[in-house]
Design a protein around this ligand. Sequence first.
Ligand code: NI
Length: 245
Amino acid sequence: MQLELSTWCEVEDYLKTRKDIIIPIGSIEQHGPMGLIGTDSICPEVIAKGISERDNTLVAPAIKFGMSQHHMSFPGSITLRPTTMIALLKDVILSLTNHGFTHLFFINGHGGNVDSTKAAFSEIYAEHSFSKNPSSTHFHLWNWYTGDRVKAITEKYFKDTEGSHATPSELSLSFYAHPDKVKKADLSQDVSKKDNFRDCFDFRNNFPDGRMGADSSLASVEIGKELFEGAVEDISEFYKSFVIS
Ligand code: NI
């Protein structure tokens, strides 16, 4: 069940029996010469839809912009400042909790979002603590690429060619979601194994074609399908305990 394709009456009915909702969260940033700029948003969105098709969980529209300042030396990347992202997340969360949602499950596609998202959760809880008004809200942030099944698939196919950005696993999943947008590119440029960076200038110096230790050429729609099924299974298993927490 997609929030943006529902009526308010359908959401009101949903809230009579359930208080949980999934919010995909991603980024709009370069993913190397082969990767789609929307990769980090496309991956959590397709997984969220897969979960919803199983048990009719309500899925909010994806928060597609994320904290991607370090990718700003590559055309097409769009970033929020951390403070903007925290403010955006707080407003989305407060909108949903005002309607009665108590269990908000964020499926994240971008490591750069983690700090700002957890800061937004802490801001909400701090307001409850200062106001002496206990919170009934439960948050969980799940990075889709960290589940056991997903990690096993990644290890099986990619091992140390997975890297940490423009990875063959995230490209595979995005290509599974959009098989008509599979890209090819010259990846002959050496790819750095470093994993540290500061601003976008430093990032481009360290990672000239945008990849971080990743052999994107190994990505395929078929592996993407396996990753999709593994991620839906990983999250569905955990989600059962989350909604009764
Ligand atoms: Ni990514």
